[in-house]
Ligand binder design. Sequence first.
Ligand SMILES: [Zn+2]
Length: 234
Amino acid sequence: MLAIAAVCVTIAPAPAFAQTSPKKAPVDCSAVKCIALTFDDGPGQYAGTLLDTLKKYDAKATFFLEGQYAKSRPQYVKRMVAEGHELGNHSYRHPDFTKSSEATIKAEIQQTQDAVKKAAGVEPKLLRPPYGMTDVRVSEIAEQFGMPQILWTAGSEDWASKNVEAIQKQTLAVAKPNAIILMHDWVKQTVDGMPSLIKTLQHKGYHLVTVSDVIKEEKLEPGDAFPLPQGWEQ
Ligand SMILES: [Zn+2]
């Protein structure tokens, strides 16, 4: 069973404006309310608009990139790193790893590492297998690459609804401290609704941070999956 940390309910102060704090201390997610928005399958065609919004509201996010799009849209990958966001590996062409050969899985991961490195000079340290599908064999390969597997605590269902109001409603319904929310920067309505969604989350006291910020206390090892998929035992 997953241990759920007890959460103290406190009145959160209004978020400080970035320009009034010259040197910001790192966010401590064991002390303040944090949430990690994650964007899969990109960089998508609306990534530039999304990055503008994140910058405007001083919010950080995590992008689980497909290698094929890191290759075709390297300018966004570069911006993501320069603007303080976290990058993860989401395969090169998005096959279901649990139905792929070991050689294919390894090539999908490595080609994506290479494409991201070429675009932005860094290599992702987190893996999100396509569809969140993993098993013992995939976990062993993730371990060989030195990466924990990051799934999500809840989805925005943005790819299904493609509706600004529905995406906001669903995301706010599943928002909780240290939540990892699945979204997509190829869904236009997700990007369109992001300014108002971020404002609402910040008014509720949330700090929008990277996945590594919210999993700090989990002490994940390479190959671990988090949160544990249903039916898995620790
Ligand atoms: Zn995906």
